[in-house]
Design a protein. Structure first.
Length: 94
């Protein structure tokens, strides 16, 4: 099982490919890979409120792809991507 940043990278790539190909299962696998990372962050005081919201929105990406709402799926995917960039910036700057 992937955990941490390799899981985040695999999740972002799988979800993007799934949205492009309109494959709900691929997007679901990508979202499932990110859940461990997001649940871990939900246990920290700094991200206790934002990480669960991002997790729900990332799972909503699967629903958007299933309903053929690609632009909504891209917007929901971008929320996860921006959250990961925020975490990476926080880690890089200490």
């Amino acid at each position: 099982m992937l955990f941490g940043w390799p899981a985040v990278a695999a999740s972002v790539l799988l979800s993007a490919v799934g949205i492009i190909l309109r494959r709900t299962l691929v997007v679901f696998i990508g979202a499932a890979l990110a859940l461990a990372f997001l649940l871990h962050l939900a246990g920290t005081p700094r991200y206790a409120l934002t990480a669960p919201v991002v997790a729900v929105l990332y799972l909503a990406t699967v629903y958007a792809v299933a309903r053929l709402r690609r632009w909504v799926a891209w917007l929901l995917w971008m929320v996860f991507l921006l959250f990961c960039a925020w975490i990476a910036l926080a880690v890089a700057t200490g």
